[in-house]
Ligand binder design. Structure first.
Ligand code: FAD
Length: 405
């Protein structure tokens, strides 16, 4: 433990641990094998008060911090990564964006859904705009007293199970002039034109759907538009500040999976005997375990630090962009290595689907990709430490060069 936790936080952690090590762990393999969303786990999380914890008390939440959410995510992810991700998205990301930037009506609507167990979907990525997310083409055209959305998103976590959607789109005024990128709130099944078009057959994290979503002449009132504090012109940057909280959450899931794998390997190394002695008496494995514990401690320090940074450029209290990126890059890469080493310590048993290591190895692989790849987040880190805008496109560099001349 890298930080002295308060009595309240330790109590929260203990409550989460009891649930995670009990019914959540017992269901994890089945959730993966059946590829079905664990509604029973959602009900357990709701009952234990572990969804919507970060929502302010005036909207029915507990006004808890991102660090509190991280502690719960770590516990859940040790047992079941999918349940860990549900805790992320019911406490961070889209719901935090609404709570920071939304109107009174948007906050009440979203809080009510999330507190009942709805995991909001955040819709940014498009087939032709992945890492270059700001190249998105989904558009929202103002027509009279409504916006009309058209476009396509893919790899949307929770598509088909989530009700609340936060949809990033280019906003155009009546005359067809672009105003910037905004976030629209839409509720599945109440919004004609929001079409769940298909599910991706994923490598891991199989209990939660990754969906393609189409918006076909989808009409929304202006009240559905989430306008960040610096307006639509800076809409993308501000919405991405909110997304930094989700990045820290994703890092916490990876951390939890790695912790779970490490604990399993530690215990197995004591009971498995070869050449007449426990395998942890071989120095080759001792050093592996030592390296795993060192990486875990470093990752936890980065994740906790990012969770408590609250230093976003728009003054919203979201995690600092640099710290969130550092935490996610390091933790996601370290976690892949730790889970891989844990599997190795299990020998053939690690390769069997009877043991959770193979599921953990598939699940953990995602975290250097989703929510900003390790490469793109390294660009974010480089840009922050060099204090330079680092445009990735040829046109961007040309423009910067012209401005300098
Ligand atoms: C399980 C899962 C869940 C997801 N959930 C969501 C979700 O809920 N909502 C959502 O909107 N999106 C979601 N995503 C999408 C995710 O955010 C994108 O996959 C990610 O941003 C990368 O985009 P891409 O897959 O198109 O890769 P690409 O952008 O095509 O990248 C391909 C490769 O090129 C590298 N690359 C690209 N640009 C650069 C550069 N400038 N410098 C160096 N390397 C570069 C990348 O790092 C990568 O290795 C999810 C993805 C996964 C796998």
């Amino acid at each position: 433990m890298v930080m002295q936790l308060s009595i309240d936080r330790r109590a929260l952690q203990a409550r989460a641990r009891e649930l995670a090590q009990g019914p959540i762990r017992a269901r994890a393999a089945e959730v993966d094998a059946s590829e079905t969303y664990p509604w029973d786990n959602v009900a357990r999380l709701v009952e234990a008060g572990l969804v919507g914890m970060t929502i302010p008390t005036r909207y029915g939440g507990q006004g808890r911090s991102f660090l509190d959410a991280v502690l719960v995510i770590e516990e859940m992810s040790q047992a079941c990564s999918v349940t860990g991700r549900i805790v992320v998205e019911t406490n961070m990301g889209a719901i935090s964006a609404v709570m920071a930037y939304g109107s009174e009506e948007q906050k009440r609507l979203s809080a009510d859904l999330v507190l009942k167990g709805d995991k909001p979907a955040i819709c940014i990525t498009e087939p032709e705009a992945g890492s270059s997310a700001s190249d998105m083409t989904t558009r929202a055209d103002k027509r009279g007293n409504r916006y009309v959305l058209n476009g396509k998103k893919h790899w949307i976590t929770g598509g088909g199970v989530s009700r609340l959607h936060l949809i990033f789109a280019r906003v155009y005024d009546e005359a067809g002039n672009e105003e910037g990128i905004g976030g629209f709130l839409a509720i599945r099944d109440e919004t004609p034109g929001l079409v769940i078009a298909g599910r991706e057959p994923t490598m891991g994290l199989r209990g939660i759907p990754e969906a393609e979503i189409r918006f076909e002449e989808m009409e929304l009132p202006p009240a559905a538009l989430l306008v960040p504090p610096r307006g639509l012109a800076k809409g993308f940057a501000d919405l991405m500040n909110a997304y930094n909280s989700q990045r820290v959450g994703a890092a916490a899931v990876a951390l939890g999976i790695a912790q779970g794998a490490y604990e399993l390997a530690l215990a197995y190394s004591e009971t498995r005997r070869q050449f007449g002695r426990p395998i942890n008496e071989f120095q080759g494995l001792q050093w592996k375990l030592a390296d795993m514990s060192i990486r875990l401690a470093a990752a936890q320090a980065l994740v906790y630090k990012a969770a408590t940074s609250g230093d976003a450029a728009d003054g919203s209290g979201f995690p600092d962009m640099l710290q969130a990126a550092q935490a996610k890059v390091f933790t996601s890469e370290a976690a892949i290595q730790i889970v891989n080493d844990a599997l190795q310590i299990f020998g053939a048993a690690g390769y069997s689907r009877r043991n959770p290591l193979e599921r953990m190895a598939r699940d953990v692989r995602m975290f250097t990709i989703g929510g900003g790849t390790a490469e793109v987040l390294r660009n974010v880190v480089a840009s922050a430490i060099l204090k330079k805008k680092l445009p990735q496109t040829r046109d961007g560099w040309l423009e910067q060069t012209k401005r300098r001349e």
